[in-house]
Design a protein around this ligand. Sequence first.
Ligand SMILES: *Cc1c(COP(=O)(O)O)cnc(C)c1O
Ligand SMILES: [Zn+2]
Length: 406
Amino acid sequence: MDYSYLSHLYCPKCQQTYSPAEPEHLCICGSPLLVAYDMERLSHSWSRDQLQTREPDLWRYHELLPLQDPTYKTSLGEGMTPLIPLPTLQANMNIHKLYMKDEGVIPTGSFKARGAAVGVSKAKELGVEELAMPTNGNAGAAWSLYAARASLKSTIVMPVDAPKITRNECALSGANLFLVDGLISDAGQIVAKAVKQSGLYDVSTLKEPYRIEGKKTMGLEIAEQLGWRVPDVILYPTGGGVGLIGIYKALKELQQLGWIAKDQMPKLVAVQSEGCKPIVEAWEKGLKESTFWPNSETVAFGINVPKAIGDFLVLEALYETEGCAVSIDDTSLLEEQKHITQTEGVFVCPEGAAAFSAARKLRSEGWITEEDEVVVLNTGAGIKYPDTVKMEVPVLNPGDTIKTKV
Ligand SMILES: *Cc1c(COP(=O)(O)O)cnc(C)c1O
Ligand SMILES: [Zn+2]
């Protein structure tokens, strides 16, 4: 048995193929590259039963991951996050079954850890010594921390107003960290220049093919946790869309292996913010690609991506699964965040709250039906956003008496 059944890289736009033995970035046509496995051989040698004795982390699916030599595995125990039933919230929304896939409990506090674990491990295997990326915060934190774990160097550029906590994570990890007085797109240009000049390994979103493979494990886990079947609907807070592309890829691979039924595919929903909704706009117009969203703004900084390089793959997944794209304003998502915390005790991140708010909206419009089984991704921990929540709390003097309600 091979550790990985990695076969080759291919371009989903022009079908050009590439060898996985060399570091690769975009296709010559400009498209991101995807990873292909030897599914024929794998379906004969791998069975669901073999998973039963494996560790509860994402490496349990190593046959379907790109790392070929486990010596380079860089892990902090990421993956197999809980799929939590939400009885109070589901009754409140009048949805038959509602689950939270809770990525708030993963190392580095956001699901970016999945992409970083697999991406950094593969970079190490390919002989990379220093990686570089622009970030809005969580990705830079995850990649610089996993780079530290793998003894790789990292150069990170983020906007000055990216959340301070992610800035501290990068700085503390020993990354070569820079702030730019501008947007993530400005950070991207600076990184691109540095990559060209010094040969740093560019790990910008979808500019290396392995981050998707890490994120697709969310799809593998959801299917396994439901007993090898899929829900009716999956809602995902969408920035670059890597997670959504990954979940779709994972479920198609499970169909190919025969681990889930061939006609089983959930409707995939891309959730964006009112202040940055290029995918929603493109989906509403039935377009195959999105256009740059100017002056984007939202408290859910993880989904503040005005133009995603993989937008055509996100839209294809929405069309193919008969899903949809929805936007939520900041006031509604903050309301929902409070509501979830009060009813279910999970302090979700603003991006996750947006996805729950979208479930509520789609249910009230009848798009989600009363019978549906729905999974919502909470992509990170609320505690990473200390300044987003503003509450008034009474201050007592020593010796004061508290007025109780009972
Ligand atoms: C990055 C991020 C997202 C968006 O992820 P994509 O896969 O790039 O769409 C959502 N939520 C959080 C917390 C994030 O950090
Ligand atoms: Zn191509």
